[in-house]
Ligand binder design. Structure first.
Ligand code: AMP
Length: 657
C-alpha cells in the first residue's frame, strides 16, 4: 500500500468508518490478517502524521515488526495539540481525588500549557530525545503532565507503580537508567498517607545507576528533605524556566515512546518497550472499534498510571480520541469527604456524563459487597458500556454488575505486552453476543491460536485446552522488544512452544465452536492479585533474603475477592518456628514487613507459613503447582516424581486441611 494512502483527512476517516460498519466483524478481522498493510494504512488515517510512512509494515526480521516505517508523528501532538482547533475549551483531564477531597478539570488548552511547562522543566534538566525519565507518582495530574511532556520531547517514560517500595523501584532504576526521576511527596490510599520521597531516596541509594536530577511535585501531604543539586521542586523550577512554549519533537514512528515493567518468571522485571506510531494508531483504532469512544465524551478508567491500562486508557487512548479522561485517586468506596460512599464512581459517572467506563473485576467484587441500591442512586443514562480487564471475569460478578447497571459489560483480555485488547468484542464494528466467562474473539490484527504445550500442534477442536499463542507479525501497539534485551524478548516469548515460532501469552485457554475464547489461567509462575500481575519469583527472592529463611515457595491461591492471593511457605533456619506458634508469628511478621518495605504492600503474601521441607521433584524443582492445588483443596495430580511426599502433608497440616 503506498504511503500516500495514509493521510490525516477526516474524509478518509469517515469513509473507512462507513465501510467498517457495513461489514461483519469476521470479514473485518480476516482483512486485517490477510492484508495487514492495507488494513493498517487505513487505520493510520486516524492520527496526524508530520511525514507519512513509506512502508506500513516491516516484518522482515521475525519476530520483530516495525510499523509505519519512515513516518514521523508525535503522541502528545495527537493527544493534545491536534484538538486545540476544535475543542481547546472542552475538558481534557478531569482529576478527582477522594483522598484529598479535590476535583479539578483541565481543558485541552490548559493541559497543553501544563504539559509544555513540565516539558520545559525536563529540557532545563538536560533531558533530550531518547533519554529515560522514570515517573514514580501517585494518581495526580502532574503524573499525566509528566508522561505527556516526555512524549512531547521524545523522552522515554518509564512509569513505576506508586505502590512499589524501594527494592522494586531500585531494580527498575537500574534497568531503565533514567536521567531524571519525576516524583512527589506522597500518595494516599484509604486516608493513609505514604511518603514517597523516603522510598525514592532509599531506592536511589540502593541502585547502581544514579539519576542526574529528581523533579518533585509537592502536594503538601508529607515533608520532603531535598538533596541539594539533585532535587528540584516542580513549582520552583516551572517558575524559573524562561520559555514555557515547547514544540513537539517529530519522532520516527518506530522510535521508543515508553517502557513499562511487568513481572515474568524470573525475579528480574521485564521492560516492555513500545513504539510511537504503531501505538498511536493502535489506540486510536481501538477507541473507535472496541470502546466506541467519541470526541467530546468522557472516559473513566479506574486503573492506575502504573499499569498498562493506565497508559493506554487513562492517558493516551481517550485523549487521542478527543475525549475527556477522568483520572481518579481513591478507593471505590470512599466519598469526597473521606467518608464511606459505595456510590462514588456512579456519582462521578452522573456528574461528568461518563460514556465509557473501564475497570477490573476485582473492583466490581468490592462493590458487590455494598447495597445494590447504590447502583440505582445516580443517573447513569450517559453510560454506554463498562469494560473489565486484567483478570478472569467470573460469571456471578459479571451478572451482578450487568443487572445493576443495565449496560453491556465487556470483558477484555490483554497483557502489558499487547498494549491494547487481544480478545474482546469490537462493538464499534459489529455488535456480537457476549458470552459470560469469555472475553470474546481475537481482535483485528491478532492471529490467536490454541496450541498443545508440548508438541506445538494447533488444537482446533472446540473445548480443547492448550496454550494461547499469537502468531506474528504482531499488530501495531504490541511490544517492540524487551528494553535492552532483544534476546530475552525472543527467548522468553517466542521460543517457549516446541516446533513453533509463536508468541506465548503463557495463558491456558480454549475456544468454543463459535470461535469465542475462554482464558483458564497462567501456565507460568505469574500470579494475578486484584488485577496486579506479580511474579512469584520476585517475592521469593525478597523473602529468601531474610536471614532466618532457608528456602521459600510462593504460590497464587484462588481468592473470592482478589482473584488470587500470594501465599508463602518457608523453611525456617530456626526449627523453633516450626513448633512454637509465637516464634512462627513473629517471623511471619518480619517476613511480611520485609516484602512490604522492599516490594510494596501489593506484593505482600496473605500468609507466610513455616514447614520443614518444600515439595520438590527428584531433580530438585519446586512443585509450586502441587502446593497451589493443595491450598485450593484440589487434587495435586501425579506426584510420582516427587522427592518427599511428607512435605506436601506438612503443608496440608499447616492449612488445617
Ligand atoms: P497484565 O500484563 O498485568 O495486564 O496481566 C496480563 C495477564 O492477566 C494475562 O496474561 C492473563 O493471565 C490475565 N488477564 C488479563 N485480562 C484477562 C481477562 N479478561 N480474562 C482472564 N485473564 C486475564
Amino acid at each position: 500500500m503506498p504511503a500516500a494512502a495514509v493521510c490525516a483527512g477526516t474524509k478518509t476517516q469517515r469513509q473507512s468508518e462507513t465501510a467498517n460498519m457495513s461489514e461483519s466483524y469476521r470479514a473485518f478481522h480476516q482483512r486485517s490478517i490477510e492484508s495487514p498493510e492495507a488494513f493498517w494504512s487505513e487505520q493510520a488515517a486516524m492520527i496526524d502524521w508530520q511525514t507519512a510512512p513509506t512502508r506500513i509494515m516491516d516484518a522482515d526480521t521475525p519476530p520483530f515488526v516495525r510499523w509505519f516505517v519512515g513516518g514521523k508523528t508525535n503522541l502528545c501532538h495527537n493527544a493534545i495539540d491536534r484538538h486545540l482547533a476544535d475543542r481547546a475549551d472542552q475538558p481534557a483531564l478531569i482529576h478527582v481525588s477522594t483522598e484529598t477531597g479535590t476535583e479539578r478539570t483541565f481543558t485541552f488548552r490548559q493541559l497543553h500549557e501544563e504539559v509544555q511547562r513540565t516539558a520545559a522543566c525536563l529540557l532545563e534538566l538536560g533531558v533530550t530525545k531518547g533519554d529515560r525519565v522514570l515517573i514514580y507518582m501517585p494518581m495526580i495530574p502532574e503524573a499525566a503532565f509528566a508522561m505527556l511532556a516526555c512524549a512531547r520531547i521524545g523522552a522515554i517514560h518509564c512509569v513505576v507503580f506508586g505502590g512499589f517500595a524501594s527494592g522494586a523501584l531500585a531494580s527498575r532504576i537500574d534497568d531503565a537508567t533514567p536521567k531524571v526521576i519525576v516524583s512527589s511527596d506522597a500518595g494516599s490510599r484509604g486516608g493513609k498517607v505514604t511518603a514517597y520521597k523516603p522510598l525514592l531516596d532509599e531506592a536511589i541509594r540502593l541502585s547502581t545507576h544514579k539519576p542526574d536530577a529528581v523533579l518533585l511535585a509537592d502536594r503538601g501531604l508529607a515533608p520532603m528533605a531535598l538533596v541539594p543539586g539533585r532535587d528540584h521542586l516542580a513549582a520552583d523550577m516551572a517558575a524559573r524556566v524562561k520559555s514555557t512554549e515547547v514544540a513537539c519533537t517529530w519522532l520516527d514512528a518506530t522510535d521508543v515512546s515508553y517502557t513499562i515493567y511487568t513481572s515474568g518468571t524470573t525475579g528480574r522485571p521485564k521492560g516492555v518497550q513500545r513504539d510511537v506510531g504503531g501505538y498511536a494508531v493502535a489506540l486510536a483504532a481501538s477507541m473507535r472499534h472496541i470502546f466506541d469512544g467519541r470526541a467530546g465524551d468522557t472516559y473513566f478508567s479506574t486503573s492506575d498510571i502504573g499499569w498498562v491500562v493506565g497508559h493506554s486508557y487513562i492517558i493516551y487512548g481517550p485523549l487521542l480520541a478527543g475525549m475527556a479522561t477522568l483520572m481518579y485517586e481513591g478507593l471505590p468506596t470512599q466519598g469526597m469527604d473521606g467518608q464511606p460512599d459505595g456510590a462514588i464512581w456512579w456519582r462521578l459517572v452522573e456528574k461528568y456524563k461518563v460514556t465509557v467506563m473501564f475497570s477490573a473485576p476485582t473492583a466490581v467484587r468490592v462493590l458487590k459487597k455494598q447495597d445494590p441500591a447504590l447502583l440505582k442512586k445516580h443517573d447513569l443514562s450517559s453510560l454506554r458500556a463498562l469494560f473489565l480487564a486484567g483478570e478472569p471475569l467470573d460469571e456471578p460478578t459479571a451478572r451482578w454488575i450487568s443487572d445493576g447497571l443495565g449496560v453491556p459489560i465487556i470483558d477484555n483480555y490483554w497483557q502489558t505486552e499487547s498494549g491494547w485488547p487481544i480478545i474482546t468484542l469490537a462493538n464499534g464494528v459489529e455488535h456480537m453476543a457476549t458470552k459470560f466467562g469469555s472475553p470474546g474473539v481475537p481482535m483485528y490484527g491478532y492471529k490467536v491460536k490454541v496450541v498443545h504445550e508440548a508438541t506445538g500442534e494447533e488444537l482446533t477442536a472446540p473445548g480443547e485446552k492448550g496454550v494461547v499463542v499469537i502468531e506474528g507479525p504482531t499488530p501495531p501497539g504490541f511490544m517492540q522488544t524487551v528494553w535492552n534485551d532483544d534476546a530475552r524478548f525472543v527467548n522468553t516469548y517466542w521460543k517457549s512452544i516446541p516446533g513453533r515460532m509463536a508468541y506465548s501469552t503463557f495463558d491456558w485457554g480454549i475456544r468454543d465452536a463459535d470461535g469465542y475464547f475462554y482464558i483458564l489461567g497462567r501456565t507460568d509462575d505469574v500470579i494475578n492479585v486484584a488485577g496486579h500481575r506479580l511474579g512469584t519469583r520476585e517475592i521469593e527472592e525478597c523473602i529468601s533474603g531474610h536471614a532466618q529463611v532457608a528456602e521459600v515457595a510462593v504460590v497464587g491461591v484462588a481468592d473470592a475477592l482478589k482473584g488470587q492471593v500470594a501465599m508463602a511457605f518457608a523453611v525456617p533456619k530456626d526449627a523453633g518456628a516450626l513448633t512454637d506458634a509465637g516464634r512462627a508469628r513473629s517471623l511471619e511478621g518480619e517476613v511480611m514487613k520485609r516484602v512490604n518495605d522492599e516490594l510494596g504492600a501489593v506484593a505482600r503474601p496473605s500468609r507466610v507459613m513455616f514447614v520443614a521441607a518444600l515439595p520438590k521433584t527428584r531433580s530438585g524443582k519446586l512443585l509450586r503447582r502441587a502446593i497451589q492445588a493443595v491450598c485450593e483443596r484440589r487434587d495435586p495430580g501425579d506426584l510420582s516424581t516427587m522427592d518427599d511426599p511428607a512435605s506436601l502433608e506438612s503443608i496440608r497440616r499447616q492449612l488445617d486441611l
